[in-house]
Design a protein around this ligand. Structure first.
Ligand SMILES: [Zn+2]
Length: 311
């Protein structure tokens, strides 16, 4: 990478490189899945299924980005047809948080979280931090997120330190604004738990796309956190996740897409969208021995409780 870039430009270039790596991985997955599903035309998309009695909330999406620039309104209409009554979309940079504020203001059923994702951590100035207080008062803004720690993509110790600093700062910001947080944790379980038990002990919110053990889940549940599950629940290599979904108390479970990433089967590797939360919800319902209607009612109640939604 060019040495003469200023920190902002360097961060943007690094972010672009990581997105390219993720897109390439998605492309690889997509061609694998296409091989598996080739010739199978019996897949019914969620928006063509009966949505009577289904009222789901996709509690974690990223619909502000260019992936949806071509069909954002159609995508939201498909979600509605699939029984998804609300979507919570999260910013991951200052720019995307500003776009989230606009989206939430212009759509009744779109709620938003504003925050800086650990992959994009940077030394936040006071003036930048002040933006959050302004955004927090905007229509349908319900959380600070997506914030957290990502040691999978970040191997550099100094940058991990910066992630922790920014995470702690955004936790404080959320407490000051009396908002829940939405937390990303990838391969940073130890540091995450120690921060949540110290600086974050008075925060509330969600550990999204939970990827820890049942032991860790129990600890988080005891501390009052909600856990979000995404498309990987439907994968054959879902590992410990199904067991956690089965054992955890119903009143702390949330279903999410994290779209455009993490599509559930049979769409793995393709662009994800809020309608597909229904597939993850159906999978969770099956694991828990509940009907989709029951699970949807409970998880939507949970979404309303933790994010203070009213619709
Ligand atoms: Zn996310």
């Amino acid at each position: 990478m060019a040495e003469n870039l200023d920190p902002g430009a360097r961060a943007a270039a690094e972010q672009k490189a990581r997105k390219a790596a993720r897109d390439a991985a998605r492309q690889d997955e997509s061609s694998e899945i296409n091989k598996i599903t080739a010739g199978k035309s019996d897949i019914i998309p969620p928006w063509e299924m009966d949505a009577t009695g289904i009222a789901l909330v996709d509690t974690h999406a990223h619909i502000d980005g260019e992936d949806f620039d071509g069909d954002r309104e159609e995508m939201l209409a498909r979600a509605k047809q699939a029984g998804v009554v609300a979507v919570i979309t999260f910013g991951d940079t200052m720019e995307s948080s500003a776009r989230v504020v606009k989206l939430a203001a212009s759509h009744e059923n779109v709620f938003g979280g504003v925050g800086v994702h650990p992959e994009n951590a940077f030394p936040l100035t006071q003036a930048e931090e002040d933006n959050f207080s302004v955004w927090a008062k905007e229509k349908n803004i319900v959380a600070i997120g997506e914030i957290g720690l990502d040691y999978y993509w970040e191997k550099d110790e100094d940058k991990r330190k910066l992630q922790r600093k920014m995470f702690v700062r955004q936790l404080a910001l959320a407490r000051g604004l009396d908002l829940p947080v939405c937390i990303h944790d990838r391969e940073a379980h130890g540091d995450l738990m120690s921060i949540l038990k110290t600086e974050g002990r008075k925060n509330r919110g969600v550990i999204h796309c939970f990827s820890g053990s049942w032991e860790m889940a129990k600890e988080l549940l005891k501390l009052g956190w909600y856990l979000g599950v995404d498309g990987p629940l439907t994968y054959k290599n879902a590992a410990k996740l199904p067991e956690i979904v089965q054992k955890m108390p119903a009143d702390r479970l949330l279903v999410e897409t994290d779209c455009p990433y993490l599509s559930p089967l049979p769409y793995r590797g393709k662009r994800n969208e809020p309608a597909y939360v229904r597939i993850t919800a159906e999978c969770a319902a099956k694991i828990r021995g509940e009907s989709l209607a029951e699970l949807s009612e409970q998880t939507t109640e949970n979404a309303c409780a933790v994010y203070g939604l009213n619709f």
